[in-house]
Design a protein around this ligand. Structure first.
Ligand SMILES: [Zn+2]
Ligand SMILES: [Zn+2]
Length: 298
């Protein structure tokens, strides 16, 4: 059976005069076309990931570009057997990704952002240049997969980057820094922030890991593990060139990319657990959660 659904990932920094009414028209457009997913609208732009039948996503793409009055926005497209989301959420927020800088030091990526590198350029610099590769995502994302040798800050939220960088990464100001994230949006602000902080040479992977994985020249080379995505797939394959699994089963320590949530609901921690260990021990992050859960259900 041919795959009849598409999963879209997209963003654009663009002035939106009336975010509330733009959000209403997005909501209507999605409902009319049975599109599900998450969309964030702000004065500074739009950031979304949605799924729907091919005819529906085609209509969604066309109408959204028309409403924005631009064709600058690129949609990254994956095929799928069904929806990747269970519901639709369209929200208005102050930022399309929250770095929470105060208004004076906030970054407008249309004015200040790092140089954009195509996948081939990123790979070439990574392999031949004197560079630091910097992961602009959270720890639970880089735990599932990351570029070889990348600096992966132990942050749980994008807002924690400014402080972490000031305290732990200032020594790299004289070096060339290459940033990357899932689809490119976080690097737009992150690379601008690094420049603002006095980093001399900052570049970003254009279109992020997703674009890099689809490029026929790079084929995801030097990305270990899978790319964390914010839909029901959790992880997607990146590297068809020199792949390697980096995550390990929490019980047996064998390589495993099975990402699951701890079955003890108050915990709900994301863990790697292999098939056979889940069967044997249950889907828990440890003894404590298994104990709490069995106490409740005799
Ligand atoms: Zn195991
Ligand atoms: Zn747990």
């Amino acid at each position: 059976m041919p795959k009849e659904f598409e999963i879209l990932l997209y963003y654009l920094y663009v002035d939106i005069q009336d975010p509330e009414s733009f959000a209403s028209s997005q909501r209507r457009l999605c409902e009319e076309n049975e599109i599900m997913g998450r969309i964030i609208i702000s004065h500074e732009g739009i950031n979304g990931t949605v799924s729907g039948k091919k005819e529906a996503t085609a209509e969604y793409k066309k109408q959204t570009l028309e409403d924005l009055g631009t064709d600058r926005m690129q949609f990254k497209v994956d095929l799928s057997d069904g929806h990747a989301f269970k519901k639709l959420s369209v929200k208005v927020r102050p930022e399309i990704v929250s770095l929470h800088l105060d208004s004076q030091s906030d970054i407008n990526p249309n004015n200040q952002t790092g140089e954009r590198l195509a996948p081939e350029e990123f790979l070439s610099e990574m392999e031949n240049g004197d560079v630091i590769v910097f992961d602009g995502r959270n720890k639970y994302e880089s735990d599932l997969g990351k570029f070889k040798g990348a600096v992966c800050p132990p942050v749980n939220n994008f807002r924690e980057f400014p402080e972490w960088i000031r305290e732990n990464f200032s020594h790299a100001k004289g070096k060339r820094v290459l940033t990357y994230c899932t689809g490119g949006i976080r690097c737009e602000k992150l690379s601008g922030f690094l420049l603002d902080e006095g980093f001399k040479s900052v570049a970003q992977l254009d279109g992020g890991i997703i674009n890099y994985s689809k490029n026929s020249n790079t084929k995801g080379k030097n990305f270990d593990g899978e790319c964390y995505v914010f839909d029901q797939r959790v992880g997607v394959k990146v590297n068809s060139n020199n792949p390697k699994v980096i995550s390990k089963c929490i019980h047996c320590d064998q390589p495993s990319q099975r990402y699951r949530n701890c079955a003890w609901k108050p915990c709900n921690d994301q863990i790697f657990i292999c098939d056979s260990c889940e069967e044997e021990f249950g889907k828990f992050c440890g003894e404590e959660c298994r104990g709490s859960c069995t106490k409740l259900s005799p």
